[in-house]
Every structure is written in C-alpha cells, then in structure tokens.
Design a protein around this ligand. Structure first.
Ligand SMILES: [Zn+2]
Length: 251
C-alpha cells in the first residue's frame, strides 16, 4: 500500500484527466466507461493475461512473476476454471488479481444481453467456487462490445477492463517479437495485454509469452517502473468508482 500511496501522489501532481479516443480502439470510452490505464508517462504497468487457466503455462508464468515478485491480473475463462480450479486457486494464492473473461469466449458484438449475463454469471460462479472470491473485473473476449454490453456489466456490479498495449503474443514467433511490440507502445501507465492461454484449446503453447514476461519485467524494473494489479492501478484514478465501495484515493 505504501507503493500505491507514492504513485497516487505522483499522479495527483498532474491533472488526472483521461483522453479516450472515441473510436473502436481498445481504450475507446464510446460504449461505456472502462479502464485501460492511468496518466501517460507514470512509471507503472499492469500486466494482464487472458484465456487461462492453461495447463501447464499458467503455472510456469506464476514462477516467473514470483521470481520478480511482481503482481499481475488474470482474465480467466469459466470453461477452463472448471477444468483446472486448482490453477485458478494457485493464481489467487500467489497474490494476483483475477477477472472474468466470459465462459466460452463468444464475440459479444453478436451476443444478446441474456447470453452476456449468462456468460458472466457462470464464470463468476466458477471463479468463486475455485477461489472463494467473486471477481468484479471483466474483459470482453476479442475486446468486442457494442452499445449495451458495458451497461449489463455495470448492472452486474462489475467493471470493464481494456488495454493500451497490445503485444500480439498469440501470433508471435519469438519472445523478442513480443518484447518489441511492448517496447514500441509503452510510455508508462498502461494496461498491457498478454495471454497465458488460448481460447480454442487447453494446453496452447505460451512459452514465448512466459519468456517475454521475464524479459519485460527485468527491463522495465531497471527503468524504475512499478508493476501493479489492475485493481491497484484503478485506485490511482479518482474518477473511477469501484463496485462494492472498493478503492478511491485513500489517505
Ligand atoms: Zn481472450
């Protein structure tokens, strides 16, 4: 929490405005409020991993994060949490944040509100049964949403999380390629999109992502960056009201 206080102070020194471009880029606010980072240039990063839990790559990733003592955020698929609840529990017990990434990874642009509610609810239930905690962060599959999507998320007392740095790790041929994409986009303050799993099948090879994570953390720690969970980073944004009375600029 000391670290949060420090970073919060640094942020308060500048105007905490958020210039969301109203287009369908991941950080667009057009279809409702969502979180993709804080003031650009602030030396904080939130690494996020989608499409897990994935056996064995999620556990390998946990080893790397533990080695650097860095927290991250995992957006899990309900169907995989049901297959490997023990991995979801390991993620939580290692101190990382867990979010909902839907149950079956549908593109929400083509989904009804009823389908969205069901996807969210079944995944919340799977995560709660595996870890004892109900998630309140939600990341839409493929980043897809349309008018109404985030309204449903809000009605369910959850908060949508997007990203500002895309690492294209799902198609990368090497860890270096992933690191290069990240480097090109990181200015500070971003939520970074990575994948510990693949939405099409359990066991998707994420060795490049695991290695790239190792390199990225070492490089940006050297540059003085601090790594936060999405939940921690959101507390640096006084304009965001977290559900359940969480967050805010305490102290
Ligand atoms: Zn996904």
């Amino acid at each position: 929490m000391t670290m949060i206080g420090y970073v919060a102070g640094a942020l308060a020194a500048g105007a905490a405005t958020f210039a969301g471009a109203h287009t369908m880029v991941p950080w667009s606010q057009l279809y409702g409020a969502n979180f993709s980072g804080v003031k650009e240039g602030l030396k904080v990063l939130a690494l996020t991993y989608d499409d897990g839990p994935n056996d064995p790559w999620t556990m390998k990733l946990l080893e790397v994060l533990a080695k650097h003592q860095v927290p991250a955020t995992f957006f899990m698929l309900g169907k995989y949490v049901r297959q490997h609840p023990e991995v979801a529990l390991a993620v939580q017990q290692a101190g990382h944040a867990i979010g909902n990434h839907s149950y079956s990874h549908p593109n929400l642009i083509f989904s009804s509100e009823a389908k969205l509610r069901q996807e969210l609810e079944e995944t919340n239930l799977a995560i709660e049964e595996a870890t004892g905690e109900r998630p309140f962060l939600f990341r839409p599959p493929f980043g897809g949403r349309r008018p109404g999507t985030f309204k449903v998320v809000e009605e369910m007392k959850m908060f949508p999380v997007m990203w500002r740095v895309t690492c294209f790790d799902w198609s990368a041929k090497s860890p270096a390629e992933i690191v290069k994409h990240a480097r090109r986009q990181i200015a500070g303050g971003e939520v970074v999109l990575l994948h510990d799993g693949g939405h099409l099948r359990m066991g998707e090879d994420r060795s490049h992502t695991v290695s790239a994570t190792d390199e990225l953390i070492a490089e940006y720690k050297d540059k003085g960056f601090v790594f936060l969970t999405v939940t921690e980073m959101m507390q640096l944004r006084p304009d965001i009201k977290l559900p359940f009375g969480m967050g805010g600029m305490a102290g």
